[in-house]
Ligand binder design. Sequence first.
Ligand code: PRX
Length: 676
Amino acid sequence: MSEKEKTETSEAEIAVHWGEEAYYYPSLEFVAQANCTDPSIYERFSLDNFPNCYKEYADLLDWYEYWHTTLDTSDAPCWKWFVGGKINASYNCIDRHLPKNRNKTAIHFVPELEEDKVEHITYQELYVRVNEFAALLRDFAGLKRGDRVTLHLPMTPELPITMLACARLGVIHSQVFGGFSGKAAADRVVDSRSHVLITIDGYFRGGHLLDHKEKADIAVEAAAKEGQTVDKVLVWQRYPGKNSTPTPMVDGRDYFVNDLLKKYYGARVEPEKMPAEAPLFLMYTSGTTGKPKGCQHSTGGYLAYVAGTSKFVQDIHPEDVYWCMADIGWITGHSYIVYGPLALGASSVVYEGIPNYPDAGRAWRIAQDLNVNIFHTAPTTIRALRKIGPDEPRKYNYKFKHMTTVGEPIEPAVWKWYYEVVGKKQAAVVDTWWQTETGGFLCSTLPAIKPMKPGSAGPGMPGIHPVIYDEDGKEIPTGANKAGNICIRNPWPGGFQTIWGDRERFVRQYYERYCKNPKSKDWRDWPYLTGDAAMEAADGYFRILGRIDDVINVSGHRLGTKELESAALVVPEVAEAAVVPVSDEIKGKVPDLYVSLKPGFQASPELAKKISDALAREIGPIAKPRKVWIVTDMPKTRSGKIMRRVLSAISNKGDVGDVSTLANPEIVDQIRKMVL
Ligand code: PRX
């Protein structure tokens, strides 16, 4: 398939195009206290000073041994950062804060039920709990350096505790978003070859105590069918000592962590001195093909990058109370709930539930009661909160100095509500553009240095040098305001190292397209293809338009259209499936699913529901389509390719364009009538 064909369903084509907006400037009060007020940072991180500029980030950490090579390019494009350095992420996020900040809160855990008590876990307590659990992982579960372990945990403190316990041992954690299905967890268990699955009995979501343990049983069984045995399932308890799941434990396989922990009371585990380039974790994400890919992130480079960006972009000081409302099951939570903020010794809020439970004021009450001063969320949440409670923030007495938006383009009108109502015109706002693959921010303003511009992410981060190429590989100049494929010219320490177990796919998907010389060991020859379309204004600010590949961004969650289609094809009646993104007022995009049936089957509402349920079962409820359209045939090219562009135009009530060259043009009208 040619690249042009691949971009056929490009979201950019249907992206909202808004105009240039005026600048907003941060308050003097913000600037006076900001971590980064010296504009020379851009000079310090210029390409002339690359790669040594990143020493500034690495120096925010404690190293057992300093590195001898800042950037090793010998295995291009698998870059190695801070080679020779030895470091431990758990030590950097916990132990080193103890002498001064032992009794400071590391994690404020806010349960979803308001009648449940908020837990304030100090750095000392985090130290104790991480050590005891690390001892259990080592001595009971037999985990050691380099092993992979799959976590399927929701937003409770056990998740960061588990991650940090793994990091302490040099065990590579692979956390699967709690809302994903058991089957999705199984795929990740198999790909990472995990023998241990760590889960929890239940958790709260929208006021209901969900049975989560049942997903572990599905995961273990499905993984076994694929040849991967899970010997131990470690089950945390939502209420320690009390069982919150009706699903029975399997003898000799399932263990309640809280029972086992009694044996490890007082245990301390020396942090492993890990090579900087040892993998810290895998984070699976969706791509062009059906199979999710395990983005492999390093220890030293990653931690340096998230610490540096947390300091300069998030403006985190150790005395701040920082709340990122993402889920730790996504990269945002890994980088900007756990590793970045804790590396800097801040207090990070972990909230279990949904933002509007039990009412539209919940988020602002949490902010008020915990004295949160840095707030971080996604446009989809901002839109939802604005819709259900446009005046709600005014009722609460909190004060944000800084706010972040992440994950999708944000419409200027929504941005302005965020700034004026949520931020009370006092908070500096950053729109951070980045990806699971990139570990940390790629484009954003530095909040005390660059003004905000609604709808634009901003310039490249210090040390990140974006470039926009057209389809033919020619650079689109700054200020051209022309859309193209945004790439990054240079490597940076937070970038993923490879796709777990699939280097070839890594090179093909991210580097092949604009590589200047596949034999080269010079990073200048290997621009990184982000997969997003963007345009650059005259001031060097980038506006991100959306994906150029088959990825749909639903409420800031990344879903592969192929993944959804494969899930639909599991239903025996389904012959063909095609997924297209539809614009949605709150969620940004939602999938519409078109299916045709095998001969002998009839369309019915029951069948449509069965197909929709299959997507929720195979992937998770977030994958449920807006609508399942059962069609008699798909619009196809003469070579038999499904024309998703046509379906997308129909779903979005747009112009289908010229369809006369299709093999079956008459079907287009039929489908349009059905949908409209
Ligand atoms: O299309 C871009 C969009 O989200 C994609 C990355 O998704 P994921 O790997 O799940 O990571 C989400 C958290 C970083 C990108 O390719 N995206 C992310 N941030 C923005 C964005 N689009 C516009 N503006 C952003 N600030």
